[in-house]
Design a protein around this ligand. Structure first.
Ligand SMILES: Cc1cc2nc3c(=O)[nH]c(=O)nc-3n(C[C@H](O)[C@H](O)[C@H](O)COP(=O)(O)O)c2cc1C
Length: 376
């Protein structure tokens, strides 16, 4: 495929698969149906089996795609999810992705585990930045990271609460150990754990992936959310909510927003598709908490489906990296442009004029069709 033949995100995925080392592609992304990545397969299936119910004669000559997240305007309801160590696929890593988000006038979320630091991304890219925290046992380390994000002008703090384990099957099948060792040689030495190596603190976990993951708080619980809430003036977003029950607790605890997410299917292989979970979370928070979702968004119509089921906006993870791997900042810009124009087209095809007013009856989710006694 030449550049001008990259028309859909499926084309970007295919190209990325062709240019990245095959082990890297399967470890980072897993394919639809790949062993151990059942959550990703469910995410994709939920979108495929939820169909649109297009309305007509709705006067769609002018369409509004812009909205707000936590009070900040974005040009269309697609944001970039935190994706760790982006230099694995392109030397400019997070700087390139954040610049692309700025050009597209949307949010870029920086992972704790990044190859460009909180400060480097703020000064090298700017735009609307959110910081994603992996919560460490060392509370002083968490506090310092949050403080740095605040000082550098990040607009929200995203606490990731899922993805706490990895199966033996995954370790062996995908040979994470050898993969991590090999990958370290492809990164610029000074960029490994960039957020941490720049810190002058004792015990900061910088000795490779195992020390990084090994330093996480595996006992994370709701009192840690309260602890964090009390230590930041930034809005708090909880990423990884997958049930109404947990969404309800977020609401009670005054969390500002939640992301319905299963870490792109890197978590439990038996997790529901996130699109399926969305409506119960939306119901549970009773409009008091903003709800976003991610997992399996591959085309503009997917965004519309998520909005119909109550999401205020969606995030993309894999698609960001595919664009980045192919053509750096330009590639990510193009991925975002594809999603934007597909969303716009689908709005006009479905009689939708405003992303803030997408009604639930726009979709016929398979579970509703099942309840009606119709086959999926
Ligand atoms: C390669 C890769 C690395 C990721 N790294 C992180 C991370 O550092 N922090 C985090 O909260 N989520 C991380 N995620 C999960 C994404 O933020 C997001 O939830 C997921 O990719 C969305 O699904 P999608 O890839 O189908 O769009 C990662 C996902 C991928 C594919």
């Amino acid at each position: 495929l030449s550049e001008d033949q990259l028309l859909t995100l499926a084309d970007y995925e295919e190209r990325a698969r062709a240019i990245l080392p095959s082990q890297m592609f399967s470890v980072l992304f897993g394919s639809d149906g790949a062993s151990g990545f059942g959550g990703n397969t469910s995410n994709l299936a939920a979108f495929r089996s939820t169909r649109l119910r297009p309305r007509v004669l709705a006067g769609v000559g002018k369409r509004n795609l812009s909205t707000t997240v936590l009070g900040h305007p974005i040009d269309f309801p697609v944001m970039l999810a935190p994706v760790g160590f982006q230099q694995r696929v392109h030397p400019e890593g997070e700087i390139a992705s954040a610049r692309a988000a700025r050009v597209a006038r949307t949010v870029f979320t920086l992972s704790t585990g990044s190859n460009y630091s909180i400060e480097e991304v703020a000064s090298g890219a700017g735009g609307s930045l959110w910081f994603q925290l992996y919560f460490f046992r060392d509370r002083a380390l968490n506090e310092r990271l949050v403080q740095r994000a605040e000082e550098a002008g990040y607009q929200a703090l995203v606490l990731t609460v899922d993805h706490l384990g990895r199966s033996k099957e995954m370790e062996i099948r995908y040979d994470f150990d050898q993969f991590n060792k090999r990958i370290v040689h492809t990164l610029q030495r000074e960029r490994i754990y960039r957020n941490l190596t720049t810190m002058d603190m004792p015990g900061v976990p910088t000795r490779g992936p195992e020390s990084f993951r090994g330093a996480w708080e595996w006992d994370l619980n709701w009192s840690d959310v309260d602890w964090l809430r009390a230590r930041t003036r930034l809005p708090l977003v909880i990423k990884g909510i997958q049930t109404a029950e947990d969404a309800e607790i977020c609401r009670e605890r005054g969390v500002d927003a939640v992301v319905v997410s299963n870490h792109g299917g890197h978590g439990s292989p038996d997790a529901k598709g996130t699109l399926e979970t969305l409506h119960e979370v939306v119901d549970a928070v009773r409009s008091e908490v903003e709800v976003y979702m991610d997992g399996g968004v591959r085309q503009g119509s997917d965004v519309l489906k998520a909005l119909a089921l109550g999401a205020r906006a969606v995030f993309v993870g894999r698609a960001n990296l595919w664009g980045l791997a192919i053509d750096g900042e330009e590639g990510v810009q193009r991925v975002l442009a594809v999603l934007r124009s597909e969303l716009d087209l689908n709005m006009s095809l479905c009689g939708v004029t405003d992303v803030e007013h997408v009604i639930p009856s726009l979709v016929a989710p398979f579970w509703a069709r099942m309840a009606d006694g119709n086959s999926p």
